[in-house]
Design a protein around this ligand. Structure first.
Ligand SMILES: [Mg+2]
Length: 187
């Protein structure tokens, strides 16, 4: 067994790590059976804004990987998603490059598209952008089984942010919030 999988990097090791981060339920409050279709719908989880700022400073890379099937359902457009993300970027007082890469899968669940989590397309695309990504030095932080499934084939460390909507137990570590995760990494 790879020892790496069993421990989070210490503070100094974080700079060599890539963080893959889910959005809904991790960065912003999840909306049950609906989508953040406009900026007003996007509300940061408690402490998540500061946590993101810390993560950007600490980690080698931060890559957003988010399913957004509301787009292909036709209930929102890519422009709507851009507007929502602009709210996030503006809150971070930064530009759209805040994340080293921000990927979204607009595809419907039933399409089983390679990009849509639990499938692995977004990780593979990230690797195309940054060939030096070392998946054994990577963390996926998310709140759902599909986030864990994205990480699994690459042996990426699986960090779960608790969301009572989902029940699963194949994560490596669990935290109540992104803020709690960052506190742990900072120690
Ligand atoms: Mg989520």
């Amino acid at each position: 067994m790879n020892v790496h999988k069993l421990s989070l990097p210490n503070r100094s090791e974080c700079k060599s790590y890539t963080l893959f981060i889910d959005r809904d339920g991790v960065i912003n409050q999840p909306i049950i059976d609906d989508y953040a279709k406009k900026p007003e719908d996007f509300i940061f989880c408690e402490g998540a804004l500061d946590a993101l700022i810390q993560l950007k400073k600490m980690m080698g890379r931060v890559i957003l990987v988010t399913n957004q099937q509301g787009i292909q359902k036709g209930v929102m457009s890519e422009k709507n998603l851009e507007d929502v993300h602009l709210k996030m970027y503006n809150a971070l007082k930064s530009n759209v490059e805040y994340f080293d890469l921000a990927l979204f899968a607009p595809y419907l669940k039933d399409q089983n598209h390679a990009w849509r989590k639990p499938n692995t397309g977004m990780c593979l695309k990230a690797k195309e952008y940054f060939p030096d990504i070392d998946f054994t030095k990577a963390i996926m932080v998310g709140d759902s089984p599909s986030d864990m499934a994205l990480a699994e084939p690459f042996n990426v460390l699986k960090v779960r942010i608790r969301n009572s909507q989902f029940s699963f137990d194949n994560q490596d570590f669990t935290f109540n919030s992104l803020a709690d995760f960052v506190t742990k990494l900072s120690n």
